[in-house]
Design a protein around this ligand. Structure first.
Ligand code: HEM
Length: 520
C-alpha cells in the first residue's frame, strides 16, 4: 500500500518540532551509558510527551472508518424538469461546477481498529464544499434506521456495544432492547440478512435515511429523500463469506478503497431523489417523516440527479479522516430540515461531540473548513490559528450591528420557507407507527439465499438469549410475516437440541485430549 515512504527514506534531515536538528535519535542522554537519565533531556521529553497525546478520543459511534476526496456533479434536472423548480441550492442548479467532496465510510458499533466484516450498518457521510459553504449529508448504506426518537439513541448504542463489565459484545443485550422496541424490526430484518455486511465500501448504496426538504426560489418546499447507487454494483456477504475474509484481513474494506483509487479505478455513485409534496400525508399508512420506513419506488420513483466520483486518497489519516467532522445541521440555502424529531436530535449531537473530540476550532482544519471564504465574528478559543482575518477588513469591530464598520448580514437568496407549526407540547409516539408491515414486506422481497442467511443469523444470535426474550422476538417475527416467524421458531427449536449435543461433545473431547504442557 505504501510506495512513497521508501522513496523518501533518508533524504531529509530530521528536526524536532522547534526546528533543532536531531543528531542522535537512538540514545537518550544519561549519566554513563547505563543511566540514570537526566531531566534536562529536552528532545526526549518533547518526543515522549507528544507521543503520549497522539490520539484524540475516537468517535462515540462510527469509530472505524476511512475516507476519500472527489467531486459531485449535478445533472440539473428531475424527471425531465429543471431541478430549480424544486430547489435553489446551487450545488444542484449549477451543472457547470464539479463540487469538491470528502466522503467518510464507517461501521457503527465497535472501536477504531475493529474488523470491517462485522454485521453493522455502514456510515456514508459526505461533505460537499459548495460555493455557498459546506453541505454535509450524513447517511448510512441502508435506507432506514432502528429507531425514530432521538431520546432512545444512547440506550440503543449501549445495548449494541460491548457489555460494560466484560467488554464483550453480547447479542442478548441487543435483543433485549429490540424486543422492547418494535420499531426496530424493519432494520433488524435488513441488518441480519446479507445487507448487514456489504462486501466493500465501493459496493454498497448510501442513503440520507431521513426526510429532508428542498426549497425553491418562491420559498415552496417539497419533502425529499436521497439515495446513492454504486456504479460498481451492489455486493453483500453471507456470514460464512465474511468469516473467511475476516480470518485473512480485517481491514479489507479500507484497503480495497485505497487501492482502487491509487490504481485509478475511481468508484462512482449516482444520486437519486424521491420527492413527496410537503405535508403530513394522512392517506399513507406510515408517517413520511418516520426513519424506520421506506418510500417504495413504485409509489415514489427514484429520480437521477447527479454523479459522485472519488478520485483522491487522503495523505494523512489522522489529519484528514480522523479529524473530519460531519453534521446533519450543515445545510446550504435551498436545502432544509423536515420536522423529523430524530433528525433534529442528531443535529444537536454532532457538533457537540466534535467540540469535545476535535476541539472548539474544529472547523478551521483543512478537511472541515469550507472552500469559500469564512468571514465571521466567531473567533478565539483554543488553537485558533487565524492571524489575518481573511476578507475581514476591519477586525476591530468584531460585533454586529455596528455603524462604524465590521460585517453586515447577507441578503436572502430567495423567499424564506416559513412552515406553519402549532401543537400541544407533549411526549408522545407518532400516530402511524405500523412497526411490522414494511418489515414483513422486506422479508418477502429477499432472495431465497438472503432469507436463509437471515434466518441462520437470527437463530444463532437468539440462541444465546433468555427464553422470554426469544418469545417476545418470535411474537414480533410472526407479526411481520407468518413464514418469517415459523422459520425462526423452527431454527430455534433445532438449534437448542444441537446446542445441547455440541456442549456434551465438547466436554467429552476436552476430557479425552487432556491439557497441553508448558515446554519452556
Ligand atoms: C456519527 C449521533 C443517528 C449516521 C455519529 C456521531 C454521533 C452520532 C455523536 C459521532 C460524530 C463524530 O464524532 O464526529 C447520532 C444520534 C442519532 C444518530 C444522536 C440519532 C438520534 C444516525 C442515523 C444515521 C447516522 C439515523 C444515518 C442516517 C452517522 C454517520 C456517522 C455518525 C455516518 C459517522 C460520521 C463520520 O464519518 O464522521 N452519530 N447518530 N447516525 N452517524 Fe449518527
Amino acid at each position: 500500500m505504501d510506495k512513497k515512504s521508501k522513496d523518501n527514506h533518508g533524504k531529509e534531515t530530521m528536526t524536532n518540532q522547534q526546528g533543532h536538528p536531531v543528531t542522535d535519535n537512538q540514545n537518550v542522554r544519561t549519566v554513563g551509558n547505563r543511566g540514570p537519565t537526566t531531566l534536562e533531556n529536552y528532545d526526549f521529553i518533547e518526543k515522549i510527551s507528544h507521543f503520549d497525546r497522539e490520539k484524540i478520543p475516537e468517535r462515540i459511534v462510527h469509530a472505524r472508518g476511512t475516507g476519500a476526496y472527489g467531486y459531485f456533479q449535478s445533472y440539473g434536472t428531475v424527471n425531465g424538469e429543471p431541478i430549480s423548480n424544486y430547489t435553489r441550492a446551487k450545488v444542484f442548479t449549477n451543472t457547470e461546477t464539479q463540487t469538491p467532496v470528502f466522503l467518510r465510510f464507517s461501521t457503527v458499533v465497535h472501536g477504531k481498529h475493529s474488523p470491517e466484516t462485522l454485521r453493522d450498518p455502514r456510515g456514508f457521510a459526505i461533505k460537499f464544499y459548495t460555493e455557498d459553504g459546506n453541505w454535509d449529508l450524513v447517511g448510512n448504506n441502508l435506507k432506514i434506521f432502528f429507531i425514530r426518537d432521538p431520546l432512545k439513541f444512547p440506550d440503543m448504542i449501549h445495548a449494541f456495544r460491548p457489555d460494560p463489565v466484560t467488554n464483550v459484545q453480547n447479542l442478548e443485550r441487543m435483543f433485549d432492547f429490540i424486543s422492547e422496541s418494535p420499531e426496530a424490526m424493519h432494520m433488524v430484518t435488513f441488518v441480519f440478512s446479507p445487507w448487514g455486511i456489504p462486501a466493500t465500501y465501493r459496493h454498497m448504496q448510501g442513503s440520507g435515511v431521513h426526510t429532508y426538504k428542498w426549497v425553491n426560489h418562491e420559498g415552496k418546499a417539497v419533502l425529499v429523500k436521497y439515495h446513492w447507487e454504486p456504479v460498481q454494483g451492489i455486493k453483500n456477504l453471507t456470514q460464512k463469506e465474511a468469516n473467511k475474509i475476516q480470518g485473512e484481513n480485517f481491514n479489507h474494506a479500507t484497503q480495497d478503497l485505497y487501492e482502487a483509487i491509487e490504481n485509478g479505478d475511481y468508484p462512482e455513485w449516482e444520486l437519486y431523489v424521491q420527492i413527496m409534496e410537503d405535508g403530513e400525508h394522512p392517506e399513507l399508512d406510515f408517517d413520511p417523516l418516520d426513519a424506520t420506513k421506506l418510500w417504495y419506488k413504485d409509489d415514489y420513483p427514484w429520480h437521477k440527479v447527479g454523479k459522485l466520483v472519488l478520485n483522491r486518497n487522503p495523505e494523512n489519516f489522522h489529519a484528514e479522516v480522523e479529524q473530519s467532522a460531519f453534521g446533519t445541521g450543515v445545510l446550504v440555502d435551498g436545502l432544509d430540515f423536515s420536522d423529523d424529531k430524530m433528525l433534529q436530535g442528531r443535529t444537536y449531537s454532532y457538533s457537540d461531540t466534535q467540540r469535545y473530540r476535535v476541539g472548539a476550532n474544529y472547523l478551521q482544519l483543512p478537511v472541515n473548513k469550507p472552500h469559500k471564504n469564512v468571514v465571521t465574528n466567531q473567533t478565539g478559543g483554543m488553537m485558533d490559528f487565524r492571524q489575518d482575518y481573511g476578507d475581514f477588513k476591519n477586525p476591530h469591530v468584531d460585533y454586529e450591528p455596528s455603524t462604524i464598520a465590521g460585517l453586515k448580514e447577507a441578503k436572502n437568496a430567495g423567499v424564506e420557507h416559513e412552515p406553519y407549526v402549532e401543537g400541544r407540547l407533549q411526549r408522545q409516539p407518532i400516530s402511524r407507527e405500523n412497526n411490522f408491515g414494511q418489515a414483513g414486506e422486506t422479508y418477502r422481497r429477499l432472495n431465497d439465499w438472503e432469507k436463509d442467511d437471515l434466518i441462520n443469523n437470527l437463530v444463532s444470535a437468539l440462541l444465546g438469549c433468555h427464553k422470554d426474550i426469544q418469545d417476545k422476538m418470535l411474537d414480533m417475527f410472526y407479526k411481520c410475516d407468518k413464514d418469517y416467524g415459523a422459520r425462526v421458531e423452527k431454527g430455534l427449536k433445532s438449534g437448542m437440541e444441537s446446542k445441547e449435543e455440541m456442549m456434551e461433545d465438547a466436554m467429552h473431547d476436552a476430557e479425552e485430549m487432556g491439557h497441553p504442557s508448558d515446554p519452556y
